[in-house]
Each structure stands twice: as C-alpha cells, then as structure tokens.
Write a protein that binds this ligand. Structure first.
Ligand code: PEP
Ligand code: MN
Length: 269
C-alpha cells in the first residue's frame, strides 16, 4: 500500500464525524432520499417519509453527473435551496454532490456533507478543493478503482486539512451485467482495517435493483459498515434519474425495520 500517513489506521483512534446530532462512525447512519432533486414537492414528500422511517440524513443531487449531456443535469442552486427548505422542515442534515471545484465554497452554505461521486473520485483538483473546506466529505469509490486508489483519494482530501472523510463503497464495474455494478463487500472490512475512517455502503448504485437492496443492506451492516446511503423516490417510475433502482417510501420503511433489528442483534454479539 502507498503512503497513507493520514488515512492509515496505524496508531490512530477511529474517526467519528459529528453532523448535527448524528455521529458517523459511532451511530448507525442511514442516508436516504432521491437520486436527483427534481422539485420542491418531490423533495418535501420524500424527506418527510424517510424521516418518519428513521433515516438520519437526507440525500439528493442538485448537480448530476450524467452519461448523456441531454439527460437531466440537476436544478443547481434551485435544487440546493429546496434541500435547505427540507432541512428546515425535517431537521435532517443534507448530503449533496459537488461536481466542480469552482462550486465547492458556495455549495458548503447548503450542504452538511459534500458528496464526491464515483466519476470524480480521481478528480484531484476537486479533491484538493473539498480538502480545504470544513464540511465532511462522502467519498464514493470510483467504479474502476482499486481500494488503494480510493484510499489515495481520501489521503488527497486529508492532506489539505479536512480530516472528516467518510468512505462509501458503491459497487465496481465487472463483467457482470445482471446487476448495475458488483458490490465489493470485502472493501468494507478491508478499508476499515487499513484506515481509521467511517465506511458506508450504497446498495442502490451497487445493484441497480430494488429487489436486491434489502439483502445487500443487511450484508453491508453484517460486514461492518457504519451506515448506508439509499435512493428513495415517492414515485419511482417518474424519477428523472435512476428510476429503476429507487425504493418507494414504503419499501424503505420496511428496510429500516430490518436494519434496526439486525443492528440490535449485532449489538449482542
Ligand atoms: C448518486 O449518488 O446519485 C451518484 C451519482 O452516485 P455514484 O457517483 O456512486 O454513481
Ligand atoms: Mn443516483
């Protein structure tokens, strides 16, 4: 492994990141919400539902990295203002993606956690920029990246001074086509033994299939993940991005019940 003097676990206490009342790395943390912010109504409905179900944070992209330039690109600042409203109503901290180094400073006014997406995991100028601000960073693993490369990216962020990095395994590309990606669950205990950072799992992008999200969520927790990030939409067929993988609020609520049961059971082990 390369020089990981900052993220490496040797002689370091495990990092706990406090975001309002949530302590990532200590509490079990579930981030839930739509792939994209589409409208105020959509975000408000979803935010209330995921809060009722027991989620600790709200996710939603206002800047979307899309494969096609003709696909919905996100609402930008309008989307961030909607997320701000949802936080005011529900109290849920906001996790949202930032794509451009020039946007980092002002997006911090709306975000509680800055998400770096899989496609930007090795966008080193973006990593350096989020390393200079005082908001926690959710660093998704690049879909073509090794664990060592992923941790190298976390090192870039920490090297600029920001020590609050949450790692997120979200599946990698393999020859398998039935699932959207292949969830590399071994990356959870591996990154936890190599670093002192909290590690969460995204079963939505990892599988691309609602029918697989529950089992992969439970498996993620059993493998030692500190939490999950799950896509939820009040009306998945109408979603403007990732409609095929979104859970309905009802499905999410069912998932949360199982997650709590497993978490309680694991506490007895
Ligand atoms: C997302 O969280 O909606 C997203 C685009 O994730 P990823 O970067 O993992 O594909
Ligand atoms: Mn998505």
């Amino acid at each position: 492994m390369q020089n990981l003097k900052l993220v490496g676990s040797k002689d370091k206490k495990r990092t706990i990141i406090k975001i309002d009342d949530v302590e990532v790395g200590k509490d079990l943390v579930v981030i839930a919400g739509p792939c994209s912010v589409e409208s105020e109504e959509q975000v408000m409905i979803t935010a209330q539902k995921v809060k009722e179900a027991g989620a600790q944070m709200l996710r939603g992209g206002a800047f979307k990295p899309r494969t096609s330039p003709y696909a919905f690109q996100g609402l930008g600042i309008k989307g961030l203002k909607i997320l701000e409203k949802a936080k005011n109503v529900t109290g849920l901290p906001i996790v949202t993606e930032v794509l451009d180094p020039r946007d980092v400073t002002w997006v911090c006014e709306f975000a509680d956690v800055l998400q770096i997406g899989t496609r930007n995991m090795q966008n080193f100028s973006l990593l350096k920029e989020v390393g200079k601000v005082n908001k926690p960073v959710l660093l998704k693993r690049g879909m073509y990246s090794t664990i060592a490369e992923w941790l190298g990216s976390a090192e870039y962020i920490m090297n600029e001074g920001n020590t609050n990095v949450i790692l997120c395994e979200r599946g990698i590309r393999t020859f398998e086509t039935y699932t959207r990606n292949t969830l590399d669950l071994s990356a959870v205990p591996a990154s936890k033994e190599l670093t002192h950072l909290p590690v969460i799992v995204d079963p939505s992008h990892a599988t691309g299939k609602p029918s697989l999200i529950e089992s992969m969520s439970l498996a993620a927790l059993a493998s030692g993940a500190d939490g999950l990030t799950v896509e939820v939409h009040h009306n998945p067929p109408e979603a403007l991005s990732d409609k095929d993988q979104a859970l309905t609020p009802k499905e999410f609520s069912k998932l949360m019940k199982k997650i709590r049961k497993l978490h309680t059971f694991m506490g007895t082990m």
